[in-house]
Structures are given as structure tokens and as C-alpha cells.
Design a protein around this ligand. Structure first.
Ligand code: 4NP
Length: 154
């Protein structure tokens, strides 16, 4: 799960998808990072922690990190929160990287509108709640696709 700062959208996306996978008994490793490094080492944004908490998820132990070259190898999928993140991920792909496994998250989850998870950083708590709902919806819809992928891979 990749966003810009790794303190708002992607930490929420990581934990929401992790929970959804666990509910469905699908074994997977989910992680998140940012294309930028301004917040590396920091805990999630206070508002993201608050919204997660109100939905029964604790994200306070997460620490922001920047996307690395190893991430392209390590994960079966890379999901971008928005189009700008997607473009940055593609641009920085090490030579020889397969880019077919890099997707816009909402697109892969078959959510047509919006296409991007809106950046809530300069918004208010209501924007964070909206982001949470969108990520939860997308995580729910993506489960059958990830289950099929796992079944084919094993
Ligand atoms: P995120 O939100 O990409 O969802 O973590 C942002 C966090 C920080 C900044 C922008 C977006 N920033 O400009 O510092």
C-alpha cells in the first residue's frame, strides 16, 4: 500500500486490508510505505490513528518509511492510493521490474468512482472518515481477487 507520506492513507489501507484478509483466512503479508520521505520514522497522523481507533484498529505502532527498490521484488502486488503515487512508483521502478503487478488500488478493487483515494492531509476529520470508508469498501471488494491469486499461486 503506497501513498505520499505513509502517515494517512496507506497505514489505514495496510491495517484494513490485513484485517479483511484475516477474517477470510487468506495468509498474506501486507505493508505500507510512502513515495516521499518527509515523515520517515514518524507515527501515523493523529487523525488517522483516531479514525482507526474508532473502528477498532490500533495503528499507533506503525512507523512511516519510504518506498525502496527491494519493495518491487518483495511483494506480489503494489497498490497506489492515487494516480500521482502510481506514476511515481512506475517512474522509480528498478530496471527489469515487472510493472503488471503495480495497480491503482481502487481500480484493482473495481471501484469506478472515485479513482483516487483522496489525500486527507490538509482536510479535516470527516475527510479521514471518508478515506476509511473507501478503503474498507475497496478491501472488501478486493478479497475475491486476492483469494483467486493465492489459489493459482499455490
Ligand atoms: P498520505 O498523506 O500520503 O496519505 O500519508 C500525506 C501526508 C503528508 C503529506 C502529504 C500527504 N505532506 O505533504 O507532508
Amino acid at each position: 500500500m503506497v501513498c505520499l507520506g505513509n502517515i494517512c492513507r496507506s497505514p489505514l489501507a495496510e491495517t484494513i486490508l490485513q484485517r479483511e484478509l484475516a477474517v477470510h483466512g487468506i495468509p498474506a503479508t501486507v505493508d505500507s510505505c510512502g513515495t516521499g520521505n518527509w515523515h520517515s520514522g514518524e507515527a501515523p497522523d493523529r487523525r488517522a490513528m483516531q479514525v482507526a481507533q474508532s473502528n477498532g484498529i490500533d495503528i499507533s505502532m506503525l512507523r512511516a518509511r519510504q518506498l525502496t527498490a527491494e519493495d518491487y521484488q518483495r511483494f506480489d502486488f503494489i497498490f497506489a492510493m492515487d494516480r500521482a503515487n502510481y506514476n511515481d512508483i512506475i517512474e522509480r521502478a528498478p530496471i527489469g521490474t515487472r510493472t503488471e503487478h503495480i495497480h491503482l488500488f481502487l481500480d484493482y478493487a473495481k471501484i469506478v468512482s472515485p479513482r483516487d483515494v483522496p489525500d486527507p492531509y490538509y482536510g479535516n476529520i470527516a475527510d479521514f472518515h471518508r478515506v476509511y470508508q473507501l478503503l474498507e469498501d475497496a478491501s472488501h471488494r478486493i478479497i475475491p481477487l486476492l483469494r483467486d491469486y493465492g489459489a493459482e499461486g499455490s
